[in-house]
Design a protein around this ligand. Structure first.
Ligand SMILES: [Cu+2]
Length: 443
């Protein structure tokens, strides 16, 4: 049979088109196979290392460095004892990674192949679990169940392909009661391969909540504590040790909050704004299902991602709403003296104990000031239960408390812009006698 040139072109074109259709059909089929057989996502091949993302900011910590070796992102975590400062005046001998408590934030991109070496410089065996990650069972890090424990001096290698994006965590999963109480944890952020998969933000913060028992005067967190935690932290810092979250007015802000406390859930509250709860450690919440909130409950072993526009200038409190979680090294066995006149009592006891001062007849509001002015001693290596000086008065907050600083103008995101100056007419203050008279208020 004679085939004309024209026919040949036509038929090869048809073959090409047919090939394209077949290729598409194969893809659809492949997807169906994945769904039907429930094939794990990490079996999909890795993509080239992703670099198109806006890095997160972890206040009082950093992101872990990596290098790319043959298309794989290679990280190295070193578990080791770390002397850590929670706030000026309070240090302890903790366990952390790479000289930090908690460990540095791991950042990667969906589709990346990651290889994470873990070296153990602790005096005890350990392992690392990648909380929320979809990975092969043998990489999951539960000591004894999924792997041999990493003994002191050994280095293990975890490797898998990230086929998800979101806010994950990592932590020791061997004797975790002890090792997490000592600080062995960190955040693991996986950026989407397509940056448009989630809204672009100007500021992307990472906060890891945890809790410690450090008895005043001691130098080591007590891992046996089941309650009575007295140092409540954001990124292992207790207020006034926490760095503020600095943003420009109008910035789109994302805050990724993880909670790896031993025993407590934390309702995290932000003043002056509302936000939407946009993600959990299970993934992104469809936009129509995100609801507005001012407090988000971050329960133990979860992450919650909130997003909002910082449209309200000021110094906004940003804290756990459990009132005892914004206290430092609170003594809980003390008698209730609120409202009592203890003046005579102090004088009498001071004959025996010259430094004695009854705590709390005004509540806690005078306690921090007494300590800071040197009127009251606190045990060695401990900090006042509350506070620091603020722009208007003493701030009676401690622990899981930080400040969202929203400014019209900023020199730099990395510099604390100082205290907010309220525009005239927007500051609560003494009521004048004329105002009281005018409005019929009697004192
Ligand atoms: Cu709390």
């Amino acid at each position: 049979m004679k085939i004309s040139r024209r026919k040949m072109i036509l038929s090869s074109g048809a073959a090409l088109a047919g090939g394209a259709i077949l290729h598409y059909a194969e893809k659809v089929q492949a997807r169906e196979v994945v769904q039907n057989e429930r094939r794990p996502v990490w079996e999909q091949p890795p993509l080239a290392p992703g670099t198109n993302y806006t890095p997160v900011v972890t206040p009082d910590n950093v992101s872990l460095e990596y290098r790319i070796v043959n298309g794989v992102k290679v990280y190295h975590l070193i578990a080791e004892p770390v002397r850590h400062e929670f706030a000026p005046g309070l240090q302890a001998n903790c366990w952390g990674y790479n000289g930090r408590v908690h460990g540095p934030t791991i950042e990667a991109v969906e589709g990346d192949r990651v290889r994470i070496y873990v070296t153990n410089h602790l005096p005890a065996p350990t392992s690392v679990h990648w909380h929320g990650a979809l990975l092969p069972n043998g990489m999951d890090g539960v000591g004894g169940l999924n792997q041999k424990v990493i003994r002191p001096g050994e280095t293990f290698k975890y490797e898998w392909t990230l086929h998800q994006h979101g806010t994950l965590m990592y932590h020791s999963h061997h004797d975790e009661m002890t090792q997490m109480a000592m600080g062995l944890m960190g955040m693991f952020i996986v950026h989407p391969r397509n940056p448009r998969a989630i809204p672009k933000v100007d500021r992307d913060f990472v906060l890891l909540l945890s809790e410690w028992l450090i008895k005043p005067g001691t130098e080591r967190p007590d891992p046996n504590a089941m309650d009575g935690f007295n140092v409540l932290t954001i990124n292992a810092k207790a207020f006034p040790g926490t760095s503020p979250l600095v943003v420009k007015r109008g910035d789109r802000v994302r805050i990724r909050i993880g909670n790896l406390s031993a025993m407590d859930h934390h309702p995290f509250h932000i003043h002056g704004h509302y936000f939407k709860i946009a993600e959990t450690d299970g993934g992104r919440i469809p936009e129509a299902a995100q609801w507005p909130e001012t407090t988000v409950l971050v329960q133990v072993g979860s992450t919650r991602v909130i997003e909002f526009i910082a449209d309200n200038p000021g110094d906004w409190a940003c804290h756990c709403h459990m009132t005892h979680h914004v206290m430092n090294q609170m003594g809980h066995g003390i008698p209730n003296l609120v409202g009592m006149d203890t003046a005579g009592l102090d004088q009498r006891v001071q004959k025996l104990l010259p430094d004695y001062m009854t705590m709390g007849n005004r509540g806690m509001d005078d306690h921090g000031e007494h300590v800071e002015r040197g009127h009251m001693a606190v045990p060695k290596n401990s900090i006042p239960m509350v506070g620091s000086y603020g722009p208007h008065d003493y701030i009676t907050m401690g622990g899981m408390f930080t400040i969202l600083k929203v400014r019209e103008h900023l020199d730099s995101y990395d510099k604390d812009p100082g205290w907010y100056e309220n525009p005239p007419g927007t500051q609560t203050t003494y009521a004048t006698p004329e105002e009281l008279r005018r409005d019929g208020i009697s004192m």
